[in-house]
Design a protein around this ligand. Structure first.
Ligand code: BTN
Length: 316
């Protein structure tokens, strides 16, 4: 573990309280001079630290920048987040994770980018990722359960993390949209290849309407637009990873409970829907998820159908 991460772990655990010098000495196992040097390094990275002659040091401000050591210092994962990489810029974090998978990286590796030049959504749609304004990241998974459950787990995790973070209540529009008042706050793209699944999430955090393409300005939203204030992205990122870790485990161990929680947040269940799957168009009412995470639709012709991926074009 890096020294930076050890120092930040102490600070984050203390949640705004002073950490005595001795505690830093203990974890660093080093003389006073090097603790001072490490603190100065943190300040160079943008962390604001207050020093007190008797009480020690406390963290006053963290920078609005995603850093692997900082994120990893904020929580202890079971699976998701034991390895974190952060890129200033990449084409698509889903592609980076796909490469990691080929190199046999372990399950739970996470890749963030401050901006993506070719961020994508479902069906090859463009996903706009303005620099430093959102959380654009992907997770390497090797699920031992049906992959559609991943998107279900991820959508519930996003809703819970956002609610705990700032009280904004989101709903889930099946299969992959997290929405507030009908506008999209976050999108999920799960891509499966063999035993590997890449879970990609885009969460609009500090985006302004003008950050979105003109045609999306009326249908997209962000936490800043919803609350009128900027949000601490690294803190929210850590919460999100923590919830993803928790719900990913639940997808494996107790999908019934997860499914019930999802149903309570869904805007899709119980509604009369028009679904398009490629060139097919089906109408009916969605009434449940099955054990695999597929949507069960009662068609207007009386038949029941399992739907795994579709565009919900109309909800009445
Ligand atoms: C959608 O709503 O259609 C899914 C959007 C998913 C966007 C995220 S941003 C991080 C990851 N990398 C990508 O290229 N896409 C996903």
């Amino acid at each position: 573990m890096t020294v930076t991460r050890q120092m930040l772990t102490l600070f984050h655990r203390a949640v705004g309280q002073f950490v005595p010098l001795d505690e830093f000495r203990r974890v660093l196992d080093s003389p006073k001079a090097s603790v001072a040097k490490e603190l100065a390094e943190l300040e160079k990275l943008g962390f604001e630290i207050e020093a007190h002659p008797h009480w020690g040091f406390r963290l006053l401000q963290t920078p609005d920048r995603l850093m692997a050591d900082d994120l990893q210092a904020r929580f202890q994962p079971q699976t998701i987040g034991h390895q974190i990489l952060v890129f200033e810029e990449t084409a698509s974090t889903n592609d980076v994770v796909e490469h990691l998978a080929l190199k046999d990286s372990t399950e739970g590796a996470v890749v963030f980018a401050e901006t993506q030049t070719r961020g994508r959504g479902r069906h090859g749609r463009v996903w706009t990722s303005p620099r430093g304004k959102g959380l654009w990241f992907s997770v390497l998974l090797r699920p031992r359960f049906p992959p559609p459950r991943i998107t279900i787990a991820a959508s519930v995790a996003v809703v819970r993390a956002v609610r705990d973070w700032c009280g904004v209540e989101c709903r889930i529009k099946w299969p992959n949209d997290v929405i507030v008042d009908g506008k999209k706050l976050a999108g999920i793209l799960t891509e499966v290849r063999g035993a590997t699944a890449v879970l990609g999430l885009g969460v609009n955090v500090n985006c302004q309407p003008t950050d979105f393409p003109t045609n999306l300005q009326t249908v997209a939203t962000s936490l800043e637009i919803l609350t009128g204030r900027r949000h601490d992205r690294p803190a929210l990122a850590a919460r999100l990873l923590k919830e993803l870790d928790r719900y990913y485990l639940q997808a494996a161990q107790n999908f019934d409970a997860l499914s019930e929680e999802w149903a309570g947040l869904s805007t899709t269940l119980g509604k009369q829907l028009v679904l398009t799957i490629g060139t097919r168009r089906i109408e009916g009412q969605a009434f449940a998820l099955d054990g695999n995470g597929a949507l069960i639709l009662r068609r207007d012709n009386g038949q029941t159908e399992r739907i795994v991926g579709a565009d919900v074009t109309v909800e009445r």
